[in-house]
Design a binder for this molecule. Structure first.
Ligand SMILES: [Fe+2]
Length: 141
């Protein structure tokens, strides 16, 4: 490959990588793990950021629908250009089973996955807010 072709290929791949995310990483200003003092009685601010873990039906292959919405108690976290949930993960016991990356405005805090829950004791999900940090909810099965 000639030097010019190599440079062209490099430029094309750089454009492809940069288009994976539309938002500016500098908008993620808080990456701290936040502590909810009383998970059974969260404040409105905490409820807005806490993942709500819903267990759905089991399919014929034995996979159960697990849905995560952010937040709780009817308080939906916003998805605005400068304030949104940019990632949600889901752990079954200590195993990462699903993660979603979200764009501001066009998508909001939601994840769904089909998971084999037969021997799983704990589901844990973290919602990552670009302004307010990382909020984790736990569901014991
Ligand atoms: Fe937030």
């Amino acid at each position: 490959m000639k030097r010019r072709d190599a440079l062209k290929a490099l430029a094309i791949s750089a454009v492809a990588v940069s288009s994976l995310s539309a938002y500016d990483e500098k908008l993620i200003v808080n990456k701290q793990d936040m502590v909810v003092k009383d998970p059974k009685n969260p404040t409105d601010f905490e409820a807005k950021h806490l993942p709500a873990i819903h267990i759905g039906n089991k399919d014929e292959k034995g996979y159960t629908l697990v849905e995560i919405t952010v937040g709780q108690l009817g308080i939906i976290h916003p998805s605005e250009a400068n304030h949104w949930i940019y990632k949600i993960d889901l752990y079954a016991d200590d195993k990462l089973v699903s993660v979603v990356n979200l764009e501001p405005v066009i998508s909001r805090g939601y994840l769904s996955a089909r998971v084999k829950l037969d021997d799983v004791k704990v589901l844990k999900s973290t919602a990552f807010c670009n302004l307010h940090g990382n909020f984790t909810a736990t569901l014991y099965l």
